[in-house]
Design a protein. Sequence first.
Lengths: 121, 371
Amino acid sequence: MNLDGAPVLDHAVIAELRAATGDDDAFMAELVETYVTEGAANMDRLLAAAAAQDCEAIVRPAHSLKSTSASLGAMRLSAICRGIEEAGRQARSETLREDAELARDAWEATLAAFAQAGLRE
Amino acid sequence: MSPGQAVALVVDDSAVNRKVLTRQLASLDIEAREAANGREALELVGTDGAGVDIVLLDIEMPELDGYETLAAIKGDEALRHLPVIMISAVEELDSVVRCIEMGATDYLPKPFNPAILEARVRASLAGKRLHDLEVESAARQAELLRTIERQKDELSRFLSPQVAALVSTTEGEALLAGHRRIATAVFCDLRDFTPFSEAADPEEVFGVLREYHGMMGELIVAHGGTLEHFAGDGMMVFFNDPVLQDDHVERAVRMALAMRDRFGALAAGWAKRGYRLGFGVGIATGYATLGRIGFEGRHDYGMIGTAVITASRLSSAAAPGQILLAPRSHTEVDGLFEVEELGELQLKGFSRPISPVNVVGVRARDTVAAG
């Protein structure tokens, strides 16, 4: 999977989102919290589907993570999940486990980056 | 659309996306309601839209996805006017094309850009507003038409059908304002009605008048006459206005003949009850002024002219059973009817005598050919 140029956290996206939603720290923190809650559930589903090599079941959590991660600047995770979603849609199960591991690493890195950026406690 | 704040329904399974959109819509002064999937969205709009002005719809969703939701909205007569903007990632443009073909108004790329969101939402809301105005205006128009029909119906009980029909047309206003044209006036009344009404019970008098008016009214309508007024036993009808009739004199005479025949049957019934009443008619043709006559609150559609006075005087001069036709009217229908010359008659208020004829009946076809 080619992840060149996909930063764990794209600060420009965060800045844009902040500006587009009224430069409100509390709102940004709330949004990130929502993302983490929603994302954690999707990560669980994604990992379970990968463990079961279930191409059909992996599409939806991968799609959601791809989409919301992109919204919050988690570009690396978004890119990985886009690959997983595609693989799932094309019923290519051979790389699912490997890619899910990549996704989990990116997820952890994203959470750390949010904390580092002061968007999470 | 409600005159106040516009309402958007945000349908997305991602709470993050819903939060961002809701926040951005709020800054555009648009109230957002949220649904996590298509099923929730359809429940929320219900059968009448529930005040929602625009739907922002994600494609990939659990339970009921964007396609199914869009199909449900566009397949519902009461909801299909709702603008639907698809929420889509750039790489999903193929899906967007499919949604536009299914009736979606536009699409919104993810991640959301406030300028694009504002432009697309405002454009769709403007379209919705226009649609709502059209619907509203059509409803008002339909109501207005119903009112006009109701009024026409109401009026037709008081006015002749021709005049009632005039009221709601554009040329009607001009005709009502007054105009001059050739017209034929018919006056008729009952002979010996005054002594009868003095002698008989009021109920009896009204009973006789009801029968008489009912029969006359039917014949007036059947011959296309315009009833100007009933006055006790008398009535005035005119022809060639407001509807033009090439054969207005002939119609007038045929109506008078039909009235006389029908009156015969009525009078026979009355005679059995002891009332001896006769029927006389006067007909005259000439230029007259026609239009709205009267005062605020009480107008008649009337005819004014020498022909009206002539017809009235001829009616007074007619013996029971006579239909007196003024010379000018007679010229117009010469040969169509059997007439009886009466010589000169001096009518009240006229300086010179006139020579009316009494119409006996319709001339038989072969006689017309021979004559």
